[in-house]
Write a protein that binds this ligand. Sequence first.
Ligand SMILES: Nc1ncnc2c1ncn2[C@@H]1O[C@H](COP(=O)(O)OP(=O)(O)OP(=O)(O)O)[C@@H](O)[C@H]1O
Length: 331
Amino acid sequence: MSDHDSTPAIEVRNLVKSYAGFTAVNNVSFTVQRGEILGFLGPNGAGKSTTMRILTGFLSATSGEARVCGVPVASQPSAVKRLIGYMAENNPLPEDMRVTEYLHYRGRLKELPRRKLAARIAEVLELCDLGRERHRIIGKLSKGFRQRVGIAEAILAEPPVIIMDEPTIGLDPHQIQLVRDLIASLRGRMTVIISSHILPEIEVTCDRVLIINRGRVVAAGTPGELRRDIFGHSLYKLEILGDPELLPPILESIDPTLKIDERTAPDADGFQTLQLVTRREDSISEKLLKTLAADKRFRVRGVTREHPTLEDVFLAATKRTREIIDYRKNP
Ligand SMILES: Nc1ncnc2c1ncn2[C@@H]1O[C@H](COP(=O)(O)OP(=O)(O)OP(=O)(O)O)[C@@H](O)[C@H]1O
């Protein structure tokens, strides 16, 4: 890798954006490496669009610094615009243009050489599965096809960085799958930042996640790292017949940190479902199953390890800061 390639794709340091006294982005710092796909999450009004618009050079920051492939956004917004393919929130498109006409127009604005443009447009139409729609008027396209035109436009000039603000909003599951595959096909070739409220989508598509709340970064890392940081434990579901009061010493012999967290009432067959919690990260499923199967006082119907979803992580991270911020306001 050359020195140029090792410069992070995005570097944001102590970024602040205030609107007439209201701080929408409050001292945000993060880095995105080349080729990474980053999920940018946060509740409504958290400051995601504002941060993205600053990164793309469409909005100036109140203070702090943002660099794209080493180029400072504040002093060189035009250079930065050439490094980024941006699909804005709501994906505004000209209603009266045909798909290829629009891509041609955008390609010329992006200074793609005329002799290469037709071939590149054919390539992105193919990538975005827009071949059959290429001569249609954009205003007549369904939402899913419009999103794909937005993505085609963003990747047209093969910029090193793609920023998409809610690219799957309003799409049906098939269209979401198409967009997901399309984004996955960019992995390693382009750096991608996607903001979304569809958390299972982000979990499968993104290498790393950044969560902001009320203008501040509240969590950053891979989904696995966030689970560990925020929950610090693993959960197991145990379906068992027998007296649960006898379980604690047995659980402790398997793993000293293993405890019963919740339990349901017995079902029609007398089995109860217990939620167990442990600080251990490696799997104890087999040990748990073997130990309890050998104990005549119990019958075990199933042991499964439960992974907190990204949604659980998101809710915990945003709730945690809300509590901290509210506490600071009202100690
Ligand atoms: N031009 C503006 N003037 C005043 N306040 C603004 C302006 N633009 C955004 N805001 C406020 O800044 C905050 C952050 O908005 P932003 O659009 O960045 O949030 P978001 O995380 O993208 O939200 P959503 O998920 O709803 O799109 C919000 O409280 C919003 O009302």
